[in-house]
Design a protein around this ligand. Structure first.
Ligand code: SF4
Length: 408
C-alpha cells in the first residue's frame, strides 16, 4: 500500500485538482452523457457546478453526491426534481426501503418525467435473504418504471461469500439482457475484508461501504481503499456522518460543531468534506429527506474549500473522544465472541437509526430483519467476551438490552 497516497496531506493536495477537473467536465446532462443511452440530447444543462469523479473502471463520471433513497419518495417528488436541477443525478434505492415504496417514488417521477431517466444513474439493491433475485429484480424494475438500472448491489453483505456465484451469474445475464449495466455489493460490516475478497475474486464493478472520518483513519481501511482503487472497482461512501448506537457526549460535540461554524461550515458539511478529501471515493451516498439537507449537502459539494490541517485533526480528535459510542462495523470480532448467536453489528446499526436519525421505524425494520433466534437472543446472551474484544469499547450488553426493548 502507498501510505502517502492515502494520507490527508496527499488527499488535500489532490482535492482541488480532482474537483476542478470534475467541475470542468460537468457541463450539463447532455454533455456529461455517461449515464444515457438515448434522449440525453434533449436534457437541459443542470450540472454546471456539481463536481464529478470517475467511478472505477466503469467509465461513468459520477456526481460526488448521490441521493440515498431511504425516505418517502412518493410524497417527495419536488425534492427529486430539485436534486436533479442541482446536479445530483445519481440516485440510490433498494427493495427493502419502505418495502418497495422508495422505488415506487422514483418510478412515479420517471412516469411523470420520462425524459429524465436517461440522465440519471440509477441504483437499486436486493438483500441476499429471500433469494430469487431474477423475480425480485424484475419487480424492482416494475416499481421503478424503467427497463434497466445502471448499477445493482447485493445489499448489506457481512462477508463477501454472501455474494454467491448465483448472484454473479445473475448479474452476467442481466447485463447481457440490458437490464443492468454494473454490479457490486454494499456493506456496513466487515467492509475491508469483503473488499479484499472481491478484489481477489473479481466480477465486482462498484462497492458501497460505510466510510467516514472515523473508519478512514485505520490502516486496514486505507489498505482496502488502495486495493479497491488498484483493481479499478468504483468506491461509493455511505454512513459518512459517523453516527453510532449512542449519542456522543454533548460537550465533545459542541466543541466540534463550534469549531466548524467559525469557519462557515456545519459539522455535517465538514464530515462530507473529510470523505471527499480522498480522491479515490467517487461519490457519497447520503440520505437527504428534506430540501434543507439536500441544499446543505449540495452546497458542501460545490464549495471547493478544503478542510485545513487543524480541522482534520479536530475531526480525528472528536472521533477519538467519542470512540466508545461508534460501532466500526468489525462484526466478525464481536460475533465470534458470542459464537455467532447475535448479529451485533446489525443491531448497532438499528440503534443508530433510532438515536441519530430519530427514526424508530427504520430501526425496527433493521431489527425485524434479524432471524427469530437472533431476536430471542438479544438481551439474554453473555456479552462480556464481546465487550472485551470490541476495539471501540462499546457497552454491548446494555445496547443489546436497549435494542430488545425497542423491538418489544
Ligand atoms: S466489535 Fe464493537 S465496533 Fe466492532 S462491530 Fe462489534 S460492537 Fe461494533
Amino acid at each position: 500500500m502507498d501510505d502517502k497516497k492515502n494520507s490527508p496531506a496527499f488527499s488535500r493536495r489532490h482535492f482541488l485538482k480532482t474537483v476542478g477537473l470534475g467541475s470542468a467536465a460537468a457541463t450539463g446532462l447532455a454533455a456529461a452523457g455517461p449515464f444515457s443511452t438515448a434522449g440525453a440530447a434533449e436534457q437541459k444543462p443542470a450540472l454546471a457546478a456539481m463536481p464529478r469523479r470517475k467511478l472505477g473502471k466503469t467509465g461513468v463520471d459520477a456526481p460526488v453526491l448521490c441521493l440515498g433513497g431511504m425516505f418517502d419518495t412518493i410524497n417527495n417528488q419536488l425534492l427529486l426534481k430539485q436534486a436533479l436541477a442541482w446536479g445530483v443525478n445519481y440516485w440510490d434505492t433498494a427493495e427493502i426501503y419502505g418495502n418497495g415504496l422508495s422505488e415506487e417514488g422514483y418510478g412515479r417521477f420517471f412516469s411523470r418525467n420520462p425524459e429524465a431517466r436517461a440522465g440519471i444513474f440509477l441504483t437499486t439493491k436486493l438483500v441476499p435473504k429471500g433469494g430469487n433475485f431474477p423475480e425480485r429484480f424484475d419487480k424492482c424494475l416494475g416499481r421503478l418504471k424503467t427497463d434497466h438500472v445502471d448499477l445493482f448491489f447485493v445489499h448489506g453483505v457481512n462477508a463477501f461469500d454472501e455474494v454467491e456465484p448465483a448472484h454473479l451469474d445473475f448479474a452476467d445475464k442481466m447485463k447481457k439482457a440490458g437490464k443492468m449495466r454494473f454490479f457490486g455489493f454494499s456493506a456496513h460490516n466487515n467492509m475491508e475484508d469483503s473488499i479484499f475478497a472481491a478484489v481477489k475474486k473479481g466480477g465486482i464493478d462498484v462497492v458501497m461501504i460505510t466510510y467516514n472520518f472515523r473508519v478512514m483513519q485505520t490502516q486496514k481501511m486505507q489498505e482496502a481503499v488502495a486495493a479497491c482503487t488498484e483493481a479499478g472497482i468504483g468506491l461509493v461512501a455511505m454512513k459518512t456522518q459517523g453516527f453510532g448506537p449512542t449519542r456522543p457526549d454533548s460537550e465533545a460535540e459542541l466543541k466540534m460543531v463550534s469549531r466548524f461554524l467559525e469557519r462557515g461550515f456545519t459539522d455535517k458539511q465538514a464530515k462530507l468534506k473529510a470523505v471527499w478529501e480522498n480522491p479515490h471515493v467517487a461519490s457519497i451516498c447520503s440520505q437527504m429527506p428534506t430540501l434543507t439537507i439536500l441544499a446543505a449537502n449540495v452546497a458542501a459539494s460545490r464549495d471547493m474549500t478544503a478542510l485545513a490541517e487543524d480541522e482534520i485533526r479536530s475531526l480525528a480528535a472528536f472521533a477519538e473522544d467519542t470512540k466508545g459510542g461508534y460501532c466500526a462495523g468489525c462484526s466478525s470480532i464481536c460475533q465470534a465472541a458470542v459464537d455467532g448467536a447475535a448479529p451485533i453489528g446489525e443491531v448497532m446499526r438499528g440503534l443508530m437509526y433510532h438515536k441519530h436519525y430519530g427514526d424508530p421505524e427504520l430501526a425496527r425494520n433493521v431489527l425485524a430483519g434479524l432471524s427469530e433466534e437472533a431476536r430471542a437472543n438479544l438481551a439474554g446472551l453473555d456479552y462480556s467476551r464481546a465487550e472485551r474484544a470490541c476495539p471501540q469499547g462499546l457497552a454491548i450488553a446494555q445496547l443489546m438490552r436497549e435494542a430488545g426493548e425497542l423491538l418489544a
